[in-house]
Design a protein. Sequence first.
Length: 704
Amino acid sequence: MFSLSILGAAIAAESYADYTIEEVQVTARKRAESLQEVPDSITVLSAAQIESAGIRDLKGVAALTPNLSMDDNYRPGTARISIRGMITPQVGDAPLAYVVDGVTAPSMDFINQDLHAVERIEVIKGPQGALYGKGAVGGAINIVTREPTNETEGSFVVGAGNGESVNAEGFLSGALVEDSLYYRVGAKHSDSAGFIENEVTGQMVDARKVSTVSGLLSYQLSDQGKVDLRARYSDNQAGVGYYSVVDSPYAIGDDVWSRQSSNILGGSNRELLELSGKFEWSADYGDLLFVAGYSEVDDLSFSDSDYTGMPSDFDLLFAGAQETQYGVKAYTSELRFTAPADHAVQWQAGAYYQLREVESTLHLWDDFDGVGVRTRDSFDIPNDEFIGSNLDPDFFTEYLYSIVDSNTSDAWAIFGQAAYDLTDTLTVSAALRYDMDKRESYDWRDVEGTFAKRDFSELQPKFQLSYDLSEDVLTYVSVSRGFRSGGFNEPHPDVERVFDQEISDNFEIGFKSDFLDQKLVLNGAAFHVNTQNTQYTQFNVETFTLENLSIDRSISQGLEADFQYLVSSSLRLHGGVGMVKSEIDQYAANPDLEGNRVPGVYRSNINLGAEYVRALQSGSELEFRVDYLRNGPIAWDLENSLETGATNIVNVRASYIFDQSRITLFAENVTDEATISDAFVLDYGYGRQPGRPRYYGVQFGYSF
């Protein structure tokens, strides 16, 4: 993924001639504010930056953000996110809130998908529970999509690359009725045969095909009010579970792309549907907003479960094949009132509600022969459309082992925030939110024996004090709390059925500054996060279940900084660094682990880059970009027995821009650096999933 390290401030290509960094407006605190005046550590990417950097998904955004990472996991919907030392348990929720046009994503599946028709992305770091609620233990991502106007506008991009990769996307927007009814429609398609070959099957394990369509209707009721209706549908097919096994932790980084040896062809089919509506009303007394959304995902994934071509052997936990089925339906709404910005006290208050229903299954199938290439059709598996109580219970007797779970989350919250200028240079702000999350879980085959119920709730405050040292330097202190709901482990007499909610308390000091007539922007922050009941998922070999552990206390502390410098109207330098030390501080269940690093957290991430634009006499431009990314080291297990060192990635890009068109040659991971996106310890070795090798190609884009 290309890295455009615009960290803390943004600049569009057209501003080069002005030789200054433009002011950016954000809504990170749910009201419009200047980025450099918000006392939070925030990364912002505009539509122009997303396009010029070739950013396709959240992994590209994470590459630009200090102390944020995102890596692939078993299937696309279970990506591994870490932010300021807060991790993603495989059984549980993400460590951040993910909000698109005011609708909070109900599960990880809605986070890990391609970006489309985006106007702006804001990454707010540190616990944001006071405004964003449950799940925002490490931060929040706020995405705003493009709004149509009276002008008919559009663009399209087509491209091709190695791995038999092709992609195309475009959008069109304008007015159906001038000054009244507006529209935007868009579509995106990408297809790749893959880059990593399975030695046994001869097939590419990381093939991927994604098709997305979206639409917006916006009706201007009057000068004061409007209604928006949005829809998005996505169909995804991808390789899944392409792990390989090595016999030594020291070999975890060896030949990562050439040891795929499972004998079962796997894959994932995932469909996502998102519908939302928004009502806005502005008046002299303030602004009223109501947003409601419906989200649905169906996912079916099938793969080799021992990640080898060997026969099943349950003494070694070799099960053969596995199938996971996952479905989510969620309804989300929020009502918010915001007082006028010119009032002495700037305040807002609101209420939130979300109902989420999840059905999931895991089936293990036997492959005692382990000979030849096998697919899902090789096993006598019924072709039911999906999971749940519609299936005949006798269906499950055909499996060697199966886990079935139906669970619901019924959550509501109330919140408020206020800011007051004590003096011309000193501002105090406070926010408070109360969340209640009522959760239930059961296996519908044995409701009475497996039913579990628990309420999770928390009061989440946030206090900030900001001081203007000068017109160009802002300093701030922040104290905040975040909360992530607990949940339920798979039913087993030897496993705790309920795991606790997680609470993170953050203390942060930071600064924002610009110098040299807004040609140099430098921002930084230091933080200390104390987390109770850190959630971590591991496989229990005794019970053959995934178990979410609650580590009594972990501590994350670190630094982050970013800069951009316009050396001239043609040359811009940019960079950022994040450093975090995240350790297990207290763990009564296993004191020997105290002092170990929290798994899944990169110790540091660094990005440095330069962009040069050369104007030609014809009025066209040449644009060159080079970026360097360094991530790591990282520990993958609680014992810290499995670690990988830092990786170094170089990306380059060259574009010819003319007549509203752009031709781009690109190469990502130029040096073909071997990377690991996931790793874990097995009884019979060490599993790892490789990252993508070198990727290069050409793109053509046109805007009107």
